[in-house]
Design a binder for this molecule. Structure first.
Ligand code: PAF
Length: 278
C-alpha cells in the first residue's frame, strides 16, 4: 500500500492507474478509522480496481476550536488497518499541502445546509465542500463512498457534484452499528464509560419511533424522541427533526414522503449524530 502525502505524487500514481485503464474508488476520511470506514473501503475494493483513502482532519469544517483540537488522530494505526483490508493508497496531506492559501470559496447548496447540522454548525458544510471538492480534483475518482450516518453531508456532496458537474458517482453506504445499536463513529472513542453505556439509547429511541409512525405525527414523534433521550439524565438532544429524504425540509405528515429522522445529541462534551429512515 502506498502512503502518499503530496498532491503531485498522488496525481502521478493515479495517472499511471488510469493509463492502465483502472477504475478509481475514493473514500475521504478524517482518520481514527473504525469498521464503518472499513465497510466503505471494502465496498470500494469490490466495485473499483484501485481504492484510495484520504486521512485528513480538515480544519475548515470545524466551527469549534476545541472539537478540532480534540479530534482523535492515529494515522499509523489507520494505515495499518487500511493495509490489512487491501487498500491501494492512502493520502495523508498536511494542512499546508491542502490549503497553500486560504480557501475563500463560498458554496450554496439550494438550502440543504440551512437545517439540522447546517443550522447548529455554521460554516461546517462549506468547509466540507471546500475539502471534498479539492480532494475530488486531486483524485478524480470514478466513485466516492460516504457513510449514511452523515446523511445531510451525503445530500450536500451530491448537490455540490451536480452543481460543479464533477464526473464522480457518489455512493451512499449503510450505517454500521455496534452490537448495542450505537452508530460507529470516531467520536465514540472520546466517550467516558458512563456516557458510552447510555449512548445506545439514541438508536433505541429512533428505532422505537419508527414503530409509532402510524399513531403519531412527525412533530409529536420528535417530541417523544427528545423526551426519551433527555430522560436518560446524561444525554441531551440538541435537535430532533423528521425531514423529507430529498429536500431535507421538515415534514408535517408521513403520507407522501420518504421521511428520515435525524438527531444530534450531546453525551457530555461529545456530540453524536444518528438517523433512521421511515
Ligand atoms: O465525513 C467526514 O469524515 C468528513 O466530513 C470528510 C467527508 C472526510 C471531509 O473532511
Amino acid at each position: 500500500m502506498y502512503i502518499i502525502s503530496k498532491k503531485a505524487d498522488l496525481a502521478d500514481y493515479l495517472k499511471q492507474c488510469r493509463l492502465n485503464h483502472k477504475t478509481i474508488g475514493f473514500v475521504p476520511t478524517m482518520g481514527a478509522l473504525h469498521e464503518g470506514h472499513l465497510s466503505l473501503v471494502q465496498r470500494s475494493l469490490s466495485e473499483c480496481d484501485v481504492t484510495v483513502v484520504s486521512v485528513f482532519v480538515n480544519p475548515t469544517q470545524f466551527n469549534d476550536k476545541n472539537d478540532l483540537q480534540n479530534y482523535p488522530r492515529c494515522v499509523d494505526k489507520d494505515c495499518a488497518l487500511l493495509e490489512s483490508v487491501g487498500c491501494n493508497a492512502v493520502f495523508t496531506p498536511s494542512v499546508e499541502e491542502m490549503y497553500p492559501e486560504p480557501d475563500t470559496r463560498v458554496f450554496s447548496f439550494d438550502g440543504l445546509d440551512k437545517v439540522m447540522e447546517g443550522e447548529h454548525r455554521p460554516g461546517h458544510f462549506n468547509g466540507v465542500a471546500q475539502v471534498v471538492s479539492k480532494l475530488f480534483d486531486i483524485v478524480q475518482p470514478d466513485k466516492a463512498f460516504f457513510g449514511m450516518k452523515d446523511f445531510q453531508q451525503v445530500a450536500i456532496i451530491k448537490n455540490m457534484v451536480r452543481q460543479l458537474r464533477m464526473g464522480v458517482q457518489i455512493i451512499p453506504c449503510p450505517i454500521i452499528r455496534e452490537p448495542d445499536g450505537l452508530a460507529k463513529s470516531s467520536r465514540n472513542m472520546l466517550l467516558t464509560p458512563e456516557y458510552r453505556a447510555v449512548a445506545p439509547a439514541i438508536h433505541k429511541a429512533l428505532y422505537e419511533a419508527t414503530t409509532m409512525k402510524d399513531d403519531l405525527k412527525p412533530e409529536q414523534l420528535c417530541e417523544w424522541i427528545t423526551k426519551t433521550i433527555d430522560a436518560t439524565g446524561l444525554l441531551q438532544a440538541e435537535y430532533v427533526q423528521i425531514v423529507d429524504f430529498d429536500t431535507l425540509m421538515p415534514v408535517s405528515e408521513f403520507e407522501g414522503h420518504h421521511a428520515i429522522a435525524c438527531i444530534a445529541v450531546w453525551a457530555g462534551k461529545v456530540r453524536l449524530i444518528d438517523n433512521i429512515e421511515f
